[in-house]
Design a protein around this ligand. Structure first.
Ligand code: NAD
Ligand code: 6OD
Length: 472
């Protein structure tokens, strides 16, 4: 079946259909994989590392020169505020290419001189080889940022890619193909297929025998399904999955900075960042004051049209996702939560009432075993609970099947390090949140993922190492 079916791309702020998208069937996915394989044998496969690096810088420049178009497309697809797409999503897409363009030229590899009993020696050194064709599957929350986070190191290592962006956000992955052409990336190096997961483009790609590795960002359950699919052909996988992240606030923190930081960590991108904090533990002596201050922040957030430069919070991604988030708002009440603010749907009196908006929401009073404390909601919502000791805070934060990120807020740096080193997660921030250095390892433990990307960790995933041993 070729791409004969289409599906609508909907603007979640208004419910308007922006585009009809071709769903790739098996034969279109076959063609994309074949094009990627062929490109490995062509000009792309002959480029030196320096030449590849230079092309990736050109991709970054082409992204920068299409900045406004990419921002508009990302805003229309996701409903995120234009200020956020302009500050975070599109600049990071360019930065992803620049960082890996530089790193591939400078990252060294280990070498050993081996001494043998007969007095002879051998030199061992490793070289990087591309994996081949990499299948890349990405979610809808930071579409271009998360896609380029994988495409850039994959290309830096000399691979070719077939990407399957989320069915909710097809636009910027498609525009990136034009960017690639403009930047002189040969045809077949970057390929896009659109569609869904099971029995659609996502599954066809991960199952494909000519795909050498799969890198995926999305829900933990989807990761489990993909793992099953790729198991038959023993492909390497890298998984960046869900989270139920904790923030720990000590009484000695810089109070205003912590309130601001936690408000970002809960509400940024309408709570649709895998790193968002949905569980906030606050030292008892400042608990009531902190709850009140966060409530004020939540109630002062400007919710509105993503195209308005002053908007701070847009809609959720889709009607289905809004229903999921609202079902957790209802569940929280059934589970005995005390509502602090929100819990419903804002009213605008204009076309935004057709959009997928929810109120920023805060609860207290849930048991730690409540589903709302255990399950990832992926909306602008958090539960706050008090703690009395460091040990208790560590134990509460780590009591989860996930393990993506944590943040600790304290004025005592010794305590900051001590707490951070006890977090069972891939990333811990102290007195900050989502502060990124792209050279650092990024990933999760438990249900939050397999492997690390970022810096040399990405290079190691997207390449095979061939150790060469020369006796002399
Ligand atoms: P999702 O898992 O529903 O979908 C992600 C992608 O997988 C989409 O492109 C989808 O079409 C595809 N897919 C679904 N089923 C598939 C299958 N069986 N085979 C192949 N492909 C399949 O996730 P989502 O709803 O798009 O994104 C939200 C989730 O992503 C949240 O859980 C969030 O925490 C997680 N996330 C994690 C990170 C991270 O870095 N750890 C980053 C962003 C989002
Ligand atoms: O900053 C990154 O590199 C990254 N992968 C962020 C993921 C955010 C999740 O929604």
């Amino acid at each position: 079946m070729r791409g004969t079916n289409t599906f609508p791309d909907v603007n979640p702020a208004t419910g308007a259909v922006i585009a009809e998208v071709n769903e790739a069937g098996q034969s279109l996915v076959d063609d994309a994989v074949q094009a990627a394989r062929k490109a490995l044998q062509g000009e792309w496969g002959q480029l030196t590392v320096g030449q590849r690096s230079e092309r990736l810088h050109r991709v970054a420049s082409a992204i920068e020169s299409r900045f406004d178009c990419l921002v508009q497309a990302e805003v229309a697809d996701t409903g995120k505020p234009i200020s956020l797409a302009s500050k975070l999503d599109v600049p990071r897409a360019a930065a992803n290419f620049r960082v890996f363009a530089d790193l591939i030229k400078t990252a060294g590899l280990e070498s050993f001189q081996t001494e043998m009993a007969d007095g002879r020696r051998a030199l061992n050194y490793a070289v990087r080889m591309p994996l081949g064709v990499v299948g890349i599957i990405t979610p809808w929350n930071l579409p271009l940022l998360l896609l380029t986070w994988k495409v850039a190191p994959a290309l830096a290592c000399g691979n070719t890619v077939v990407v399957k962006p989320s069915e909710e956000t097809p636009a910027t992955a498609t525009m990136l193909a034009e960017v690639m052409q403009e930047a002189g990336i040969p045809n077949g190096v970057y390929n896009v297929v659109h569609g869904f997961g099971p029995n659609s483009a996502g599954e066809f790609l991960t199952r494909h025998p000519d795909v050498n590795a799969v890198t995926f960002t999305g829900e933990s359950q989807t990761g489990a399904a993909i793992m099953k699919t790729v198991a038959a052909s023993v492909k390497p996988v890298s998984f960046e999955l869900g989270g139920k992240n904790a923030a720990i606030v000590f009484a000695d923190c810089d109070f205003d900075e912590a309130v601001k930081g936690i408000a970002d960590a809960v509400f940024l991108n309408t709570g649709q960042v895998c790193l968002c904090a949905e569980r906030v533990y606050v030292e008892r002596s400042i608990f009531d004051r902190f709850v009140e201050a966060l409530k004020c922040k939540a109630e002062s957030l400007r919710i509105g049209s993503p195209l308005d430069a002053s908007t701070e919070m847009g809609p959720l991604i889709s009607a289905a996702h809004r229903e999921k988030v609202l079902s957790y708002y209802r569940l929280a009440r059934e589970e005995g939560a005390q509502p602090i603010t929100g819990g419903g749907v804002p009213e605008f009196g204009n076309e935004l009432d057709q959009g997928c908006y929810v109120q920023p929401t805060i609860y207290t009073g849930l048991k730690e075993s409540a589903r709302c404390v255990k399950e990832e909601i992926f909306g602008p919502v958090c539960h706050l609970a008090p703690f009395d000791t460091e040990e208790e805070a560590v134990s509460l934060a780590n009591d989860t099947m996930y393990g993506l990120a944590a943040s600790v807020w304290t004025g005592n740096m010794k305590r900051g390090h001590r707490m951070a080193q006890q977090m069972r997660v891939g990333i811990t921030w102290v007195n900050c949140w989502f502060l990124r250095d792209l050279r650092t390892p990024f990933g999760g433990v438990g249900l939050s993922g397999i492997g690390r990307e970022g810096g040399v960790h990405s290079l190691n995933f997207y390449s095979e190492l061939n150790n060469i041993c020369v006796r002399f």
